[in-house]
Write a protein that binds this ligand. Sequence first.
Ligand code: NAP
Ligand code: GLV
Length: 309
Amino acid sequence: MKIIFHATGGNPDHWLHSLNLALPQHDIRVWQEGDTAPADYAIVWKPPAAMLAGRSALKAIFNLGAGVDAILQLGDALPAGVPVIRLDDAGMGIQMAEYVSHALLRYFRRFDSYEQQRQAQHWRFLKPFDKQDFPVGILGLGVLGQRIAHAIAHFDFPIHGWSRTPKNIEGVSCYAGQQGLTAFLQASKVLVCILPLTDDTSGILNRENLQKLPKGAYLINVARGAHVVEEDLLALVQEEHIAGATLDVFQQEPLPAGHPFWSEPRISITPHIAALTLRDESARQIAGKIQALQQGQAISGIVDASRGY
Ligand code: NAP
Ligand code: GLV
Protein backbone atom coordinates (compact mmCIF):
# COMPACT_ATOMS: atom_id res chain seq x y z
CA MET A 1 0.00 0.00 0.00
CA LYS A 2 1.15 3.53 -0.74
CA ILE A 3 0.56 6.08 2.00
CA ILE A 4 1.04 9.84 1.86
CA PHE A 5 1.67 11.77 5.08
CA HIS A 6 1.51 15.40 6.16
CA ALA A 7 1.22 16.88 9.67
CA THR A 8 1.27 20.64 10.05
CA GLY A 9 3.36 21.47 13.12
CA GLY A 10 4.57 17.87 13.59
CA ASN A 11 8.07 16.50 13.03
CA PRO A 12 7.74 14.25 9.95
CA ASP A 13 10.80 12.18 10.90
CA HIS A 14 9.32 11.29 14.28
CA TRP A 15 6.01 10.44 12.68
CA LEU A 16 7.64 8.34 9.93
CA HIS A 17 9.48 6.40 12.60
CA SER A 18 6.24 5.51 14.44
CA LEU A 19 4.29 4.86 11.23
CA ASN A 20 6.99 2.63 9.74
CA LEU A 21 7.08 0.60 12.95
CA ALA A 22 3.31 0.11 12.89
CA LEU A 23 3.00 -0.34 9.12
CA PRO A 24 6.32 -2.02 8.14
CA GLN A 25 5.03 -3.55 4.90
CA HIS A 26 3.74 -0.23 3.49
CA ASP A 27 5.41 2.48 1.42
CA ILE A 28 4.95 5.71 3.41
CA ARG A 29 6.13 9.04 2.00
CA VAL A 30 5.94 12.61 3.22
CA TRP A 31 3.73 14.48 0.74
CA GLN A 32 5.48 17.35 -1.06
CA GLU A 33 3.93 20.14 -3.10
CA GLY A 34 3.29 18.81 -6.62
CA ASP A 35 3.15 15.12 -5.58
CA THR A 36 0.24 13.61 -7.52
CA ALA A 37 1.62 10.06 -7.63
CA PRO A 38 -0.84 7.33 -6.66
CA ALA A 39 -1.64 6.67 -3.00
CA ASP A 40 -4.03 4.29 -1.22
CA TYR A 41 -4.27 6.11 2.12
CA ALA A 42 -3.49 9.57 3.50
CA ILE A 43 -2.49 10.24 7.11
CA VAL A 44 -2.81 13.94 7.92
CA TRP A 45 -3.12 16.76 10.41
CA LYS A 46 -4.30 20.10 9.01
CA PRO A 47 -3.28 19.15 5.45
CA PRO A 48 -3.01 21.67 2.61
CA ALA A 49 -5.94 21.45 0.19
CA ALA A 50 -3.59 20.58 -2.68
CA MET A 51 -2.58 17.34 -0.98
CA LEU A 52 -6.06 15.82 -1.12
CA ALA A 53 -7.80 17.62 -3.99
CA GLY A 54 -8.79 15.18 -6.71
CA ARG A 55 -7.51 12.12 -4.86
CA SER A 56 -10.70 10.10 -5.25
CA ALA A 57 -8.65 6.88 -5.45
CA LEU A 58 -7.79 7.11 -1.76
CA LYS A 59 -9.43 4.39 0.34
CA ALA A 60 -9.43 6.57 3.47
CA ILE A 61 -7.99 9.72 4.99
CA PHE A 62 -6.80 9.31 8.58
CA ASN A 63 -6.94 12.48 10.71
CA LEU A 64 -4.22 12.64 13.39
CA GLY A 65 -6.56 14.01 16.04
CA ALA A 66 -10.02 13.51 17.48
CA GLY A 67 -11.25 16.88 16.20
CA VAL A 68 -12.00 17.09 12.49
CA ASP A 69 -12.99 20.78 12.28
CA ALA A 70 -9.74 21.72 10.47
CA ILE A 71 -9.92 18.98 7.85
CA LEU A 72 -13.63 19.47 7.18
CA GLN A 73 -12.92 23.14 6.48
CA LEU A 74 -11.28 21.95 3.25
CA GLY A 75 -14.83 21.40 1.97
CA ASP A 76 -14.87 20.60 -1.75
CA ALA A 77 -11.10 20.03 -1.74
CA LEU A 78 -11.80 16.78 0.12
CA PRO A 79 -12.27 13.99 -2.42
CA ALA A 80 -15.95 13.01 -2.55
CA GLY A 81 -16.75 9.56 -1.23
CA VAL A 82 -13.42 9.04 0.56
CA PRO A 83 -14.03 8.40 4.27
CA VAL A 84 -12.30 10.61 6.85
CA ILE A 85 -11.40 8.66 9.96
CA ARG A 86 -10.72 10.45 13.28
CA LEU A 87 -8.62 9.11 16.16
CA ASP A 88 -10.67 7.19 18.72
CA ASP A 89 -9.09 7.96 22.08
CA ALA A 90 -5.61 6.59 21.16
CA GLY A 91 -4.32 7.61 24.58
CA MET A 92 -6.14 10.97 24.68
CA GLY A 93 -8.93 9.78 26.98
CA ILE A 94 -6.71 9.26 30.01
CA GLN A 95 -5.02 12.64 29.43
CA MET A 96 -8.42 14.36 29.28
CA ALA A 97 -9.46 12.57 32.45
CA GLU A 98 -6.30 13.79 34.20
CA TYR A 99 -6.67 17.36 33.00
CA VAL A 100 -10.33 17.73 33.91
CA SER A 101 -9.92 15.95 37.27
CA HIS A 102 -7.08 18.29 38.14
CA ALA A 103 -9.02 21.44 37.23
CA LEU A 104 -12.19 20.21 38.94
CA LEU A 105 -10.44 19.22 42.18
CA ARG A 106 -8.50 22.49 42.19
CA TYR A 107 -11.79 24.39 42.31
CA PHE A 108 -13.62 21.97 44.61
CA ARG A 109 -10.79 21.83 47.17
CA ARG A 110 -10.35 25.64 46.86
CA PHE A 111 -6.71 25.39 45.79
CA ASP A 112 -7.28 28.38 43.49
CA SER A 113 -8.10 30.50 46.55
CA TYR A 114 -5.25 29.01 48.57
CA GLU A 115 -2.84 29.89 45.73
CA GLN A 116 -3.96 33.52 46.01
CA GLN A 117 -3.65 33.43 49.81
CA ARG A 118 -0.15 31.98 49.45
CA GLN A 119 0.84 34.98 47.32
CA ALA A 120 -0.41 37.31 50.05
CA GLN A 121 1.29 35.19 52.78
CA HIS A 122 -2.17 34.79 54.20
CA TRP A 123 -2.90 31.73 56.43
CA ARG A 124 -6.68 31.29 56.53
CA PHE A 125 -9.02 28.33 56.67
CA LEU A 126 -11.72 28.37 53.98
CA LYS A 127 -14.96 26.46 54.49
CA PRO A 128 -14.90 23.37 52.24
CA PHE A 129 -17.50 23.06 49.48
CA ASP A 130 -20.09 20.31 49.67
CA LYS A 131 -19.93 17.82 46.80
CA GLN A 132 -23.71 17.83 46.44
CA ASP A 133 -23.40 21.57 45.65
CA PHE A 134 -20.76 20.82 43.02
CA PRO A 135 -22.50 18.95 40.18
CA VAL A 136 -20.38 18.59 37.07
CA GLY A 137 -21.94 19.01 33.61
CA ILE A 138 -20.14 17.56 30.62
CA LEU A 139 -21.00 19.04 27.21
CA GLY A 140 -20.30 16.15 24.84
CA LEU A 141 -20.68 12.50 25.79
CA GLY A 142 -18.58 10.92 23.06
CA VAL A 143 -15.31 9.03 23.33
CA LEU A 144 -13.57 11.67 25.48
CA GLY A 145 -16.61 13.00 27.37
CA GLN A 146 -17.49 9.53 28.62
CA ARG A 147 -13.89 8.91 29.66
CA ILE A 148 -13.98 12.13 31.70
CA ALA A 149 -17.31 11.11 33.28
CA HIS A 150 -15.88 7.73 34.20
CA ALA A 151 -12.85 9.32 35.88
CA ILE A 152 -14.65 11.94 37.93
CA ALA A 153 -17.31 9.45 39.03
CA HIS A 154 -14.60 8.00 41.29
CA PHE A 155 -14.68 11.23 43.31
CA ASP A 156 -18.47 10.97 43.81
CA PHE A 157 -19.40 14.24 42.10
CA PRO A 158 -22.98 14.34 40.78
CA ILE A 159 -22.55 14.16 36.98
CA HIS A 160 -24.74 15.51 34.19
CA GLY A 161 -24.05 15.14 30.50
CA TRP A 162 -25.36 16.65 27.28
CA SER A 163 -25.23 15.17 23.80
CA ARG A 164 -26.99 15.54 20.45
CA THR A 165 -28.74 12.17 20.66
CA PRO A 166 -30.20 10.72 23.89
CA LYS A 167 -27.90 8.57 26.00
CA ASN A 168 -28.23 6.19 28.90
CA ILE A 169 -24.98 6.13 30.86
CA GLU A 170 -24.79 4.68 34.34
CA GLY A 171 -24.08 7.37 36.94
CA VAL A 172 -24.73 10.25 34.51
CA SER A 173 -27.98 12.26 34.29
CA CYS A 174 -28.26 12.60 30.54
CA TYR A 175 -29.77 15.51 28.61
CA ALA A 176 -29.98 15.78 24.84
CA GLY A 177 -30.57 18.32 22.10
CA GLN A 178 -31.52 21.98 22.25
CA GLN A 179 -34.58 21.15 24.36
CA GLY A 180 -32.34 19.66 27.08
CA LEU A 181 -29.68 22.38 27.13
CA THR A 182 -31.20 24.89 29.55
CA ALA A 183 -32.01 22.32 32.25
CA PHE A 184 -28.54 20.81 31.80
CA LEU A 185 -26.81 24.20 32.23
CA GLN A 186 -28.94 25.15 35.23
CA ALA A 187 -27.88 21.89 36.90
CA SER A 188 -24.11 22.34 36.29
CA LYS A 189 -21.88 24.05 38.86
CA VAL A 190 -18.80 23.05 36.87
CA LEU A 191 -19.21 23.01 33.10
CA VAL A 192 -16.78 20.91 31.07
CA CYS A 193 -16.81 21.44 27.30
CA ILE A 194 -15.63 18.49 25.20
CA LEU A 195 -17.82 19.02 22.13
CA PRO A 196 -16.63 18.87 18.54
CA LEU A 197 -16.56 22.25 16.81
CA THR A 198 -19.41 22.30 14.29
CA ASP A 199 -21.84 24.84 12.88
CA ASP A 200 -24.20 23.89 15.71
CA THR A 201 -21.68 24.17 18.56
CA SER A 202 -19.62 27.19 17.50
CA GLY A 203 -20.14 30.00 20.04
CA ILE A 204 -22.25 27.81 22.31
CA LEU A 205 -20.44 29.18 25.38
CA ASN A 206 -21.96 32.64 24.97
CA ARG A 207 -23.49 35.01 27.52
CA GLU A 208 -26.98 33.64 27.03
CA ASN A 209 -25.93 30.08 27.83
CA LEU A 210 -23.25 30.81 30.43
CA GLN A 211 -25.74 32.93 32.37
CA LYS A 212 -27.88 29.84 32.81
CA LEU A 213 -25.17 28.28 34.98
CA PRO A 214 -25.67 28.86 38.70
CA LYS A 215 -23.91 31.95 40.09
CA GLY A 216 -20.35 31.09 41.08
CA ALA A 217 -20.02 28.36 38.43
CA TYR A 218 -16.75 27.25 36.86
CA LEU A 219 -15.88 26.52 33.21
CA ILE A 220 -13.34 24.00 31.93
CA ASN A 221 -12.93 24.17 28.13
CA VAL A 222 -10.85 21.40 26.58
CA ALA A 223 -12.61 21.32 23.21
CA ARG A 224 -12.04 24.23 20.80
CA GLY A 225 -11.56 27.95 21.38
CA ALA A 226 -14.38 28.87 19.00
CA HIS A 227 -16.90 27.27 21.37
CA VAL A 228 -16.38 30.30 23.63
CA VAL A 229 -17.45 33.86 22.94
CA GLU A 230 -14.38 35.18 24.72
CA GLU A 231 -15.64 38.68 25.55
CA ASP A 232 -18.81 37.18 27.06
CA LEU A 233 -16.82 34.83 29.27
CA LEU A 234 -14.48 37.60 30.42
CA ALA A 235 -17.41 39.86 31.31
CA LEU A 236 -19.16 37.09 33.24
CA VAL A 237 -15.97 36.38 35.21
CA GLN A 238 -15.59 40.07 36.01
CA GLU A 239 -19.26 40.22 37.06
CA GLU A 240 -18.52 37.18 39.31
CA HIS A 241 -21.22 35.09 37.71
CA ILE A 242 -18.41 32.71 36.67
CA ALA A 243 -15.99 32.14 39.56
CA GLY A 244 -13.18 30.75 37.44
CA ALA A 245 -12.33 29.22 34.09
CA THR A 246 -9.66 26.78 33.00
CA LEU A 247 -9.05 27.10 29.28
CA ASP A 248 -6.86 24.89 27.11
CA VAL A 249 -8.06 26.22 23.75
CA PHE A 250 -8.59 29.70 22.32
CA GLN A 251 -10.03 31.44 19.30
CA GLN A 252 -6.48 32.39 18.33
CA GLU A 253 -3.61 30.05 19.21
CA PRO A 254 -1.06 30.84 20.51
CA LEU A 255 -3.10 33.19 22.71
CA PRO A 256 -1.77 36.63 21.65
CA ALA A 257 0.31 38.74 24.01
CA GLY A 258 -1.90 41.35 25.66
CA HIS A 259 -5.06 39.25 25.38
CA PRO A 260 -7.21 40.16 28.42
CA PHE A 261 -7.32 36.50 29.54
CA TRP A 262 -3.60 36.72 30.42
CA SER A 263 -4.22 39.36 33.08
CA GLU A 264 -7.38 37.85 34.61
CA PRO A 265 -6.22 35.75 37.59
CA ARG A 266 -9.45 33.74 37.65
CA ILE A 267 -8.72 32.40 34.18
CA SER A 268 -6.16 29.58 34.02
CA ILE A 269 -4.47 29.01 30.68
CA THR A 270 -2.73 26.01 29.13
CA PRO A 271 -1.39 25.90 25.54
CA HIS A 272 -3.70 23.28 23.95
CA ILE A 273 -2.14 20.36 25.80
CA ALA A 274 -5.16 18.77 27.47
CA ALA A 275 -4.74 15.63 25.37
CA LEU A 276 -1.80 15.31 23.02
CA THR A 277 -1.80 13.03 20.00
CA LEU A 278 0.52 10.19 20.98
CA ARG A 279 2.51 9.05 17.96
CA ASP A 280 3.00 5.35 18.69
CA GLU A 281 -0.56 4.75 19.94
CA SER A 282 -2.02 6.67 17.01
CA ALA A 283 0.13 4.86 14.44
CA ARG A 284 -0.91 1.51 15.91
CA GLN A 285 -4.58 2.47 15.82
CA ILE A 286 -4.32 3.57 12.19
CA ALA A 287 -2.43 0.40 11.26
CA GLY A 288 -5.19 -1.71 12.82
CA LYS A 289 -7.84 0.20 10.90
CA ILE A 290 -5.97 -0.10 7.58
CA GLN A 291 -5.71 -3.84 8.13
CA ALA A 292 -9.43 -4.02 8.93
CA LEU A 293 -10.36 -1.99 5.85
CA GLN A 294 -8.16 -4.19 3.65
CA GLN A 295 -10.06 -7.20 4.97
CA GLY A 296 -13.41 -5.54 4.34
CA GLN A 297 -14.20 -5.18 8.04
CA ALA A 298 -16.10 -2.33 9.69
CA ILE A 299 -14.11 0.26 11.65
CA SER A 300 -15.05 2.95 14.18
CA GLY A 301 -14.30 6.64 13.91
CA ILE A 302 -15.73 7.35 10.44
CA VAL A 303 -16.64 11.03 10.30
CA ASP A 304 -20.07 12.14 9.15
CA ALA A 305 -19.24 15.36 7.28
CA SER A 306 -22.91 16.39 7.17
CA ARG A 307 -23.09 16.66 10.97
CA GLY A 308 -19.50 17.97 11.25
CA TYR A 309 -17.95 15.27 13.47
P1 NAP B 1 -16.91 12.38 19.75
O1 NAP B 1 -16.63 11.00 20.20
O2 NAP B 1 -17.32 12.59 18.33
O3 NAP B 1 -18.04 12.97 20.72
C1 NAP B 1 -18.70 14.16 20.45
C2 NAP B 1 -19.85 14.35 21.44
O4 NAP B 1 -20.40 15.65 21.25
C3 NAP B 1 -20.98 13.34 21.23
O5 NAP B 1 -21.53 12.93 22.45
C4 NAP B 1 -21.99 14.15 20.42
O6 NAP B 1 -23.34 13.74 20.57
C5 NAP B 1 -21.81 15.52 21.05
N1 NAP B 1 -22.31 16.55 20.14
C6 NAP B 1 -21.88 16.88 18.91
N2 NAP B 1 -22.63 17.88 18.38
C7 NAP B 1 -23.55 18.17 19.32
C8 NAP B 1 -24.63 19.10 19.38
N3 NAP B 1 -24.92 19.90 18.35
N4 NAP B 1 -25.39 19.11 20.48
C9 NAP B 1 -25.13 18.29 21.52
N5 NAP B 1 -24.11 17.39 21.55
C10 NAP B 1 -23.35 17.33 20.45
O7 NAP B 1 -15.66 13.32 19.99
P2 NAP B 1 -14.45 13.11 21.06
O8 NAP B 1 -13.49 12.11 20.58
O9 NAP B 1 -15.06 12.92 22.40
O10 NAP B 1 -13.74 14.54 20.95
C11 NAP B 1 -14.44 15.75 21.23
C12 NAP B 1 -13.61 16.96 20.85
O11 NAP B 1 -12.54 17.15 21.77
C13 NAP B 1 -12.90 16.91 19.51
O12 NAP B 1 -13.79 17.18 18.43
C14 NAP B 1 -11.83 17.96 19.66
O13 NAP B 1 -12.27 19.21 19.19
C15 NAP B 1 -11.61 18.04 21.17
N6 NAP B 1 -10.25 17.64 21.56
C16 NAP B 1 -9.46 18.54 22.20
C17 NAP B 1 -8.18 18.16 22.59
C18 NAP B 1 -7.28 19.09 23.36
O14 NAP B 1 -6.13 18.76 23.60
N7 NAP B 1 -7.75 20.22 23.82
C19 NAP B 1 -7.71 16.87 22.31
C20 NAP B 1 -8.56 16.00 21.67
C21 NAP B 1 -9.83 16.37 21.28
P3 NAP B 1 -23.83 12.26 20.09
O15 NAP B 1 -23.19 11.30 21.09
O16 NAP B 1 -25.29 12.32 20.22
O17 NAP B 1 -23.31 12.08 18.70
C1 GLV C 1 -6.67 17.85 19.39
O1 GLV C 1 -7.03 18.95 19.63
C2 GLV C 1 -7.47 16.85 18.72
O2 GLV C 1 -8.52 17.21 18.15
O3 GLV C 1 -7.08 15.68 18.73
